[in-house]
Design a protein. Structure first.
Length: 129
């Protein structure tokens, strides 16, 4: 969000305020508030992000490089794309593991029901003797 806002011409402090308000995570919102305070002090964005110790090291490094080269917006958008693809890959991997687990659990449930029915049938035949 921050990269898109900055690329659209929104001032840094305003963009950080918007991102903080839209962050669904309270820890992340507090970290963005500390970054905003650092920007107000004139420390830039990379140093407060590193001090917050909430963001991944790769994101901090890329923000620092973007800040030094004057292409912060592009680097923020690239970081977002990289993390989005990483999350998609992780979700795909977890779903790949979840499918066999669900099949196994359903098989156990069906097997339990079949065994319970057979036990009931066998117990009825024993009573008749």
């Amino acid at each position: 969000m921050l990269g898109t806002l900055l690329k659209s011409g929104v001032p840094v402090l305003t963009a950080l305020g918007v991102v903080r308000e839209l962050a669904g995570n309270q820890v992340l919102a507090r970290a963005i508030e500390r970054v905003s305070e650092g920007v107000r002090r004139g420390a830039g964005i990379a140093a407060p992000i590193r001090e917050a110790q909430t963001f991944p090291a790769m994101a901090v490094h890329m923000v620092r490089v973007g800040e030094e080269t004057g292409r912060l917006e592009d680097m923020l958008i690239k970081v977002a794309g990289d993390f989005e693809s990483e999350v998609r890959r992780l979700v795909k991997r977890l779903m790949g593991l979840l499918e066999p687990a669900i099949i196994l659990i359903m098989g156990l449930i069906v097997g339990f029901i079949v065994v319970a029915l057979l036990m009931a049938i066998f117990s009825l035949t024993e009573v008749a003797l």
